[in-house]
Write a protein that binds this ligand. Structure first.
Ligand code: 26V
Length: 721
């Protein structure tokens, strides 16, 4: 079946697109030549482009990789998003504290140079406010995403074009804020409501445009699923399900059975997290007051589903099923449940994540409808993350695999493994890494840059700051090594730069403490002459796609150290692997599959398994973090050092924050294993040949982590195209 995929997502992180688009078009060299003729370098044009930060992290970047790989495979796709006037935020650091600044990404004329307004596709979105109606007109702007070979997909960004409202001007302003920024602060009532308005604007405009396109083409709406598959990327756009149902019945007079049939063949849902706090629920009263016409449909769907459950389960068991599965429960609308019920396919983003969904988080759903659940492991596009990000390594790969086939078929990269043990090839690889490291150093503080060289190990931890990602455990490791090196100046140790980058959610206090802690360590260590010729700490502010490209290429060690079971997949892990960095990590997310691909001897694995973590979590009170301090006096000293610098973090380890158990991400439990794994990597790093060999093997085995493979899997298992 050939149908277009409408990939609907709150986040998108395309990075700068001009160069990628050009790179993928046959004959792009002409452009480069012309630039030269007029005295411009291509890089000059590239640098003029802003890097749109319309996402948090992996979720948004995945959407961009998806669109590019789909275009490369000539799978028609539109990525449907909101056209936020401000990006997530621009990260500044003041005295070690994160400061959030508005991230204005449009040009001075309020537009993005690569977008094209599509007036003809305007959509009207209806809201209510205390019985008063408001209609918001949304208009799409299309940004091309060109695949390798020239096929073009689009990012379709919906912006507010006008508001008609019965309420006063003051209230009207809120509707103009719909496209103001991603994830407005929802700790206040305004922000929370605004987020709901945003979710509905995205959902309603997307569904409306799909209906209009069917009409435009003269297609019967009953055949909508023959022409479109609408992909719900995380739950933010799950309202598309009741919205399509509503439109078909209210505007096109479908009977319920027929509308439901269309819905059930149209939607698919991808889950990207098991963290309870990220599984979105809306208060019923809020939804009922803002979008009563949609809530009515949800309520109806809920009753239909509950009735079915009542037929299949009785008594106590029925009660449990309702508690775990009902769309409406305890005064809340459960968005993931709505998505699971309305979609014909549900998937996780790495095998271990899908397993946890099926066996634990969504177990009742899985038992009830096992055929709906599939796994599609994430991937990243090698054209952005290797070909564009790392030209030197690309040339090396083309030379040794014999051609540039790997650009469109990453499995071809396997051929490089034949050279992994060849000393001259190893040397060539290390030269490439040296060049990339020097480029990375350019992003660092002048003071750091002056004191390190390409011989130093670059140990990199870049991603969103979140407790489960355990940047605080890395800080503890740095403190531990600092104290040890101070006491044992003769200790064998390859000089290392400990590099961090990433943003913390503006309201996430603990995560912001960790950013401050990194800066405190940086201050202390970089100025301590006892150690600063052996270790340096660096934080690169305002992590974005463009900086990421340089960082992955120039790193030696990739920190993927989440508490097992918490990271759905991770995609940074794949980008590092392709760029010839070795992973230090837990068996979590896609690390498990990376390990299967390259073998555990080519990584530095440590820590509890997901099963062990889940068992310990179930045994509340069984884990006593304090006891972990007694194994090694330096652990105790390092913890005391951090306690002096950021007591909020050590408090979490010993007492827990709010009602959470102490050290709920098992930092102290996994710490000894982590330090040992790091010391092992640091020792092996000194054996240049061995290190290069492992890096080359990692690159060779990264073929399965291309988003081209991911798109193939979605075609076969989910979209059926
Ligand atoms: C949920 C919420 C709920 C409250 C409002 C703000 C907000 C923002 C995001 C989310 C969902 C986050 C899910 C997410 O980003 N998951 C990441 O998805 C990546 C791509 O699949 C995956 O590699 C990462 O492991 C996973 O954490």
């Amino acid at each position: 079946m050939s149908r277009e995929i409408i990939y609907t997502t709150m986040e998108i992180l395309p990075g700068r697109t001009l160069a990628n688009n050009l790179m993928n078009i046959p004959g792009a060299e002409v452009f480069e030549k012309e630039c030269k003729k007029y005295g411009f370098s291509f890089a000059h044009f590239e640098d003029m482009e802003r890097d749109p930060a319309l996402g948090n992290g992996g979720l948004g970047r995945l959407a961009a990789c998806m669109a590019e790989s789909a275009a490369t495979k000539k799978i028609p796709m539109k990525v449907s998003v909101l056209r936020f006037r401000d990006g997530f935020f621009r990260q500044e650091v003041e005295d070690g504290y994160q400061k959030e600044m508005p991230d204005r990404w449009f040009g001075p004329d309020g537009t993005y140079p690569l977008e094209k307004k599509q007036e003809w596709l305007k959509q009207k979105v209806t809201y209510h406010d205390n019985g008063m109606k408001a209609t918001v007109t949304m208009v799409p702007y299309d940004v091309p995403v060109i695949g390798y070979g020239g096929y073009c997909n689009y990012i379709r960004m919906w912006g507010v074009d006008g508001v008609e409202a019965e309420c006063g001007e003051g209230k009207k302003a809120m509707y103009y804020d719909i496209d103001s920024k991603l994830y407005p602060d929802d700790s206040n009532a305004y922000g929370e409501k605004l987020r709901l308005l945003q979710e509905y604007a995205l959902s309603s405009a997307t569904v409306g445009s799909v209906i209009d396109c069917c009409k435009e083409n003269g297609w019967d709406l009953k055949s909508l699923p023959k022409h479109y598959c609408i992909h719900i990327n995380d739950t933010h756009a799950a309202l598309m399900i009741p919205e399509l149902m509503r439109r078909l019945m209210e505007d096109y007079h479908f009977i319920e059975k027929d509308a439901w049939k269309v819905v059930k063949h149209t939607f698919v849902y991808t889950n990207h997290t098991i963290l309870a706090e990220a599984l979105k629920r809306w208060p019923i009263w809020l939804m009922e007051s803002v979008i009563p016409h949609v809530y009515k449909v949800i309520d109806h769907m809920h009753h239909g589903f509950s009735k079915m459950l009542a037929e299949d389960y009785k008594g106590k068991e029925f009660e449990t099923k309702l508690k775990n599965m009902a769309i409406l429960y305890d005064g809340e609308v459960h968005m993931a449940r709505l998505a699971i019920w309305g979609a014909y396919s549900v998937n996780g983003v790495a095998q271990i994540h899908t397993n946890i969904l099926c066996e634990r988080e969504l177990r009742d759903f899985y038992e009830y409808m096992p055929d709906k659940f599939v796994n599609v492991t994430n991937g990243v596009t090698q054209r952005k993350w290797l070909y564009h990000a790392n030209p030197e390594l690309s040339a090396f790969l083309t030379k040794y695999t014999g051609d540039n086939e790997w650009i469109k078929d990453l499995s071809k990269i396997k051929k490089i493994e034949n050279y992994a043990a060849d000393p001259s090839v190893q040397k060539e690889f290390l030269d490439v890494k040296k060049t990339n490291k020097e480029r990375l150093f350019e992003l660092m503080d002048a003071e750091v840059r002056r004191n390190v060289d390409a011989g130093w190990m670059v140990d990199t931890h870049v991603k969103r700051f979140h407790e489960y990602k355990r940047q605080q455990m890395n800080c503890l490791k740095i403190a531990y090594l600092y104290l040890k090196l101070k006491d044992n100046p003769k200790m064998e140790f390859a000089p290392t730069v400990f590099l961090f980058a990433g943003k913390a959610a503006p309201a996430y206090k603990q995560a912001k403490c960790v950013i401050k802690l990194v800066h405190q360590l940086k201050d202390m260590i970089n100025h301590d002459p006892d150690v600063n010729q052996k270790m340096r700490v660096e934080f690169i502010k305002d992590f974005n796609v463009s900086k990421a490209e340089i960082i992955y290429a120039g790193s030696d060690l990739s920190e993927q150290i989440s508490t097992a079971s918490k990271e759905a997949s991770g995609t940074g892990n794949m980008k590092f692997m392709m760029n010839g960095a070795l992973t230090i990590g837990t068996l979590d997310g896609a690390n498990v599959e990376i390990c299967e691909a390259v073998g555990s001897t080519n990584m530095y694995l440590f820590g509890m398994t997901a099963a062990q973590v889940m068992r310990l979590e179930a045994n509340t009170g069984k884990y006593r973090p304090m006891e972990e301090l007694n194994q090694d006096p330096y652990v105790k000293k390092a913890v005391f050092l951090l306690d002096r610098l950021q007591p909020k973090i050590t408090e979490e380890w010993f007492y827990g924050v709010n009602t959470n158990p102490a050290d709920r991400f098992f930092v102290l439990k996994d710490f000894a294993g982590y330090v040992n794994a790091f010391l092992e990597s640091n020792k092996e790093y000194q054996n240049k040949a061995l290190w290069a060999e492992k890096c080359i093997r990692n690159i060779a085995c990264s073929g399965g982590f291309s988003s081209d493979r991911m798109v193939d899997d979605y075609c076969k298992k989910v979209w059926f195209v």
